[in-house]
Design a protein around this ligand. Structure first.
Ligand code: SAM
Length: 270
């Protein structure tokens, strides 16, 4: 069964506006792939590409990049925002990719593989990858921290309060620890040349409103909203007010820093 959380237009628009794209990790993937033939690799496939913000980051290194996703709404935004000639999008389940066997140089999934039928996706990646082709999966820990000068401890407590309020609405499929899901995939991946990397800190400056908008894109917040929209709005308003008070500012457009921890696995097909 596929999870279809990314279908509603307001949600996918918010996703495009607020989600963090960890561009810092793209170089690590490209370095792992090794020497390029004639300056570029041929084909990358970004599975669960969503709105394509991560997919386009691969464009400078490949002749062709194809983003695939199961959600027509996400793909609509990806196509509307596509400015790269060598990037295209196709609707497809991660477990049944629209490529011949041994055709693809790189399969990526960015903050997406936890939604897939993971054993089937690993098999499918192995099928489409060329010999020496690479699989790169990345995502982030549940950990989030906020920083704001002398008020860092106070804003961070408020951040943890926000996340704790959403815990009961977490999708059970995700388990309590996202990195465990990925570590299990890492262990299940049959390629002998593989590496697991954890805890790369990624920081972004963003406004209070942007931080709240980002948390509102989480599936847990969306679940709360679908059960009780008033309660969800009250929670966001309360967190906004607490942040304003802790930072001693009046504008929710004031910036603070969000720190996230990413992990990623890289593996090369023999
Ligand atoms: C959290 S979003 C990540 C999107 C994008 N990679 C990013 O970094 O912003 C997960 C995406 O995976 C897609 N997805 C979930 N299950 C899928 C499946 N079985 N096959 C293909 N796409 C899937 C969703 O539609 C969604 O767009």
């Amino acid at each position: 069964m596929a999870f279809r959380f990314f279908e509603e237009s307001a949600h996918v628009a918010a996703y495009l506006q607020y989600r963090v794209t960890p561009h810092e990790l793209i170089n690590k993937i490209i370095d792992f792939m090794g020497p390029k033939l004639q300056n570029k690799f041929n084909l990358a496939v970004d599975v669960g590409c969503g709105n394509g913000k991560g997919t386009v980051l691969l464009a400078p290194y490949f002749n062709q990049v194809v983003g695939t996703d199961i959600s027509p709404a996400q793909l609509g935004l990806a196509r509307a925002n596509s400015i790269r000639q060598n990037v295209s999008y196709r609707q497809s389940p991660a477990e049944q990719l629209p490529f011949e066997s041994s055709q693809v140089d790189l399969v990526t999934a960015m903050t997406a593989a936890h939604w897939f039928d993971r054993p089937r996706f690993l098999k499918e990646s192995e099928r489409v990858l060329k010999p020496n082709g690479c699989l790169a999966l990345l995502s982030n820990m549940k950990y989030r921290a906020l920083e704001y000068g002398d008020a860092t401890s106070a804003v961070n407590d408020i951040c943890q309060e926000f996340l704790a309020a959403l815990l009961p609405f977490n999708e059970p499929h995700m388990g309590s620890c996202p990195s465990k899901i990925y570590f299990d995939m890492f262990e299940a991946c049959p390629f002998p040349d593989k590496q697991w990397n954890t805890c790369q800190n990624i920081s972004r400056k963003m406004t209070i409103n942007h931080f709240i908008g980002l948390v509102e894109t989480y599936s847990s917040y969306q679940k709360l909203k679908s059960e009780d929209a008033t309660k969800a709005k009250r929670l966001s308003d309360d967190i906004r007010n607490k942040l304003l008070a802790a930072m001693q500012v009046s504008s929710p457009d004031t910036e603070l820093t969000l720190v996230m921890k990413y992990f990623y696995m890289l593996a090369r097909k023999p």
